[in-house]
Design a binder for this molecule. Sequence first.
Ligand SMILES: *[C@@H]1O[C@H](CO)[C@@H](O)[C@H](O)[C@H]1NC(C)=O
Ligand SMILES: *[C@@H]1O[C@H](CO)[C@@H](O)[C@H](O)[C@H]1NC(C)=O
Length: 426
Amino acid sequence: MLERELSMRRGAQFSEEGNDDDESKTRKHISFAVRVTKLMGRIGVLWPLILLFLTLLFVSIAMHSRHLVCVSSYEPYSRMNFFGIGDLESDFETLGVPWCRSKHGRTVEWTSKDLLKGLEEFVPIYESRPIKNNMYGMGFDHSFGLWFITRWLKPDLMIESGAFKGHSTWVLRQGMPDKPIVSLTPRHPEKYLKKGPAYVDGNCTYFAGKDFVDFRSVDWGKVMKKHGITDVNQVLIFFDDHQNELKRLKQALKAGFRHLIFEDNYDTGTGDHYSFRQICDQFYIRGGGHSCFRDSDEARIRAKRKKFWEKAVDIEELCGPEEAWWGVRGEMRDDFNHSNKAISYGEHFKNSRFLESVLDVYWELPPVAGPSLTHQTRYDPGRAHSPIVEDGRYGLFQRLGLTRLEKSVFNGYTQMVYLQISKPGS
Ligand SMILES: *[C@@H]1O[C@H](CO)[C@@H](O)[C@H](O)[C@H]1NC(C)=O
Ligand SMILES: *[C@@H]1O[C@H](CO)[C@@H](O)[C@H](O)[C@H]1NC(C)=O
């Protein structure tokens, strides 16, 4: 199943548009000279190979000049092999993809075929979105994931914590056109309407602005009663509020909710809140548990991959004081990183055991398509599941209508996750 796939992935993950700052959801134009300089910086030690490549190139120009007409200048596969970067592929497994164990090893009902069918249906819906440039909000991958899961589960009530301009509210509405939504968000989305596109839903109860209440403090019994909901299994909660996910899980558990989606499920060493991905990054999980030894294979691989993927972290970044690698440099972050508390490895381990004791299903949305198709430059595919549309399947990518979308919409993937909490006592 999708849940537990090894990252044997094909293809090139190298984009010319690489850009080192984190604001790159909007691509700035980079002059050719700057690109060349950046490229040179990245490939420093590979100079002898490049010289060899150039020599070969000149020889080939001399010998087959008329064939050159057909050589595309945008040919990452062959260039990668010349530069000797092709062997990055074999490192994928060494890095690996941590995941959370569930109590009975169950997984989701849907298959990759269902996801493909969903994608075909969702692309035109996404094209009609009211907020076209959702910078700092969800991109295509997570919008699809939220819509797909919503439509599959068919909840009678949708609750979201953190709505920003309302894009996620709109996505939930596309998933379930006639069901009520409850939205908890400090700033009412209508405030954004004054400045530009935003979405305010007609069938949504907003706890926003002066009426804002934190998820923890809502009287859920009252809210459910108001909407005539008697079965918690019919409620879907979507968290996009940058809070410690363990804290949110415990609050949801207390209210009895069973179906939860978390937007930003950051990888170890990254992000502004403690995430499930971080919690489940444990030595007994393949791809989990790390060593801060600076001379290790992992350190070498991380250093290399960091040059290609903006969100990849090397050992220096991964490890905090006293070799603390869990969470973010040994910290459990919360509330947009306004709070960060150092925790011991023992506490971190305990958290994962707790999570396992209440989990029926842990399912990370795979990226929609491989990076050679989407040209995304942020997440490291070596730390993500196999994409729904794998690298090299350009025909399928095009058939699904994905070529019509702007490249920047593929730059927001952070391992969105669906959790199903087990029934009490099961
Ligand atoms: C709200 O939902 C109800 C059904 O639950 C539907 O009859 C009504 O038309 C919806 N109102 C709006 C404004 O969408
Ligand atoms: C998070 O907070 C810590 C401590 O205040 C700070 O050192 C770190 O740079 C912050 N990280 C981000 C990404 O804001």
